[in-house]
Ligand binder design. Structure first.
Ligand code: ZN
Ligand code: ZN
Length: 378
């Protein structure tokens, strides 16, 4: 079965014990003893990772120490990975890496990149309608990770307590399959060493989460989905150039205002008395709530235009940019489910007003006429 570089095969028993597949019983036993001294939970102060490693090693040893079971296992391994049983010169010295812990780790730390280019970060940012229309500045949080300062990215501050992986001999990968692909080592998860003593600052990951609040310029009439790029607002790397921050605008719609060309449109409900007697109704604008005076006898559908409260037409640093209008369109909030006495009161009022007060309705009905008898409702 072909294996890709991303797969993590469980290492075979010989690899787990750090011996060649043709190792003698005595060599296998000696390897098991040596590994027990490193991974036995008693030797590692109860590290859960050590316990897990030891279980794998002890399981492999139990199978290889029994001649009948070893024979069966070799047959299975032959089928699974035929080239594994060919001599592997590195296997002879696999366990030597257990003695090279400190030097290996120092090399690893030295190899950490200290310069380079930080990555660009992309952040979706909800933007209130007013800010998006008028433009201005907003603060956006950029989150990223940096190398842990406590362990300098190595994942541990006690290198001597973290053995180099003998299974992959610190490489993090194992040759496997017929084409000897590099697959991630399943014993150390590709790390190359076993973090039995992980750094307390980063829990062994070598990285810590951090953030910075970036001041972002919002242009006027900013649209939903707009990309606002801030040079140097992205990932920060030690000794390197920071990446950019790309803010993807998620425009929060206004509950009452919508843009139409250079204008804003607002639908405002009136009560009967507002429409009949006139009055003042509050109107939301980009600049705060304002009063609108409605004259007596205002019909539904009438539009009131408030100049200078629409969208900015050009960007002006002095805040005196020309602006469109706010168009307020009124409608009557018609009450429903009136009771019989309320309906009687309305009919009485209409009768008192007389037909001449409903001149348009009377003229309309006269012009249209009435349906011929027999034809029902349209
Ligand atoms: Zn750390
Ligand atoms: Zn490994």
């Amino acid at each position: 079965m072909p294996t890709t570089a991303n797969e993590t095969p469980v290492p075979d028993h010989y690899r787990l014990l750090g011996v060649a597949p043709r190792a003698t019983d005595a060599q296998i036993k000696a390897a098991y003893r040596k590994l027990s001294r490193v991974y036995h939970p008693d030797a590692q102060g109860g590290s859960p990772l050590a316990e897990d490693c030891f279980k794998q090693i002890a399981g492999a040893y139990a199978e290889l120490a029994d001649p009948a079971r070893r024979l069966n296992y070799d047959r299975m391994l032959m089928l699974r990975d035929p080239l594994r049983l060919v001599d592997d010169p590195r296997a002879e010295r696999a366990l030597d890496v257990l003695d090279t812990v400190v030097t290996r780790l120092r090399k690893r730390q030295a190899a950490l990149p200290s310069t380079g280019q930080g990555r660009d970060l992309r952040v979706e940012h909800p933007l209130p309608f007013t800010k998006a229309m008028l433009g201005g500045r907003t603060s956006v949080r950029a989150e990223f990770t940096v190398a842990c300062t406590q362990c300098r990215g190595a994942g541990t501050t006690e290198p001597e307590r973290n053995p180099v992986c003998h299974v992959c001999q610190g490489q993090g990968t194992l040759k496997t399959g017929l084409r000897r692909h590099d697959a991630r080592c399943g014993f150390c998860s590709g790390r190359g060493l076993l973090l039995l003593s992980a750094c307390k600052g980063c829990a062994g990951s070598g990285q810590v989460a951090t953030h910075q609040d970036v001041d972002v310029h919002v242009p006027i009439r900013c649209r939903d989905g707009a990309h606002l790029r801030v040079r140097g607002g992205g990932e920060v790397v030690a000794g390197g150039k920071p990446g950019d921050l790309v803010v993807v605008v998620r425009l929060q719609p206004h509950p009452f205002l919508r843009a139409e060309g250079d204008d804003l449109v607002c639908q405002v409900p009136l009560t009967w008395s507002d429409a009949v007697a006139g009055g003042r109704v509050p109107v939301p604008t980009l600049d705060g709530t304002q009063w609108l005076t409605v004259p007596p006898g205002t019909p539904p559908g009438r539009e009131f235009r408030i100049g200078g409260h629409g969208l900015p037409i050009s960007s002006n640093p002095n805040g005196t940019a020309k602006r469109g209008s706010l168009r307020v369109q009124v409608f009557i909030d018609m009450p429903s489910e009136l009771g019989p006495s309320q309906i009687a009161a309305v009919l009485a009022l209409e009768a008192q007003l007389g037909a001449q007060r409903f001149a348009r309705a009377v003229a309309y009905r006269a012009a249209v006429g009435t349906p011929e008898s027999g034809s029902g409702d349209a």
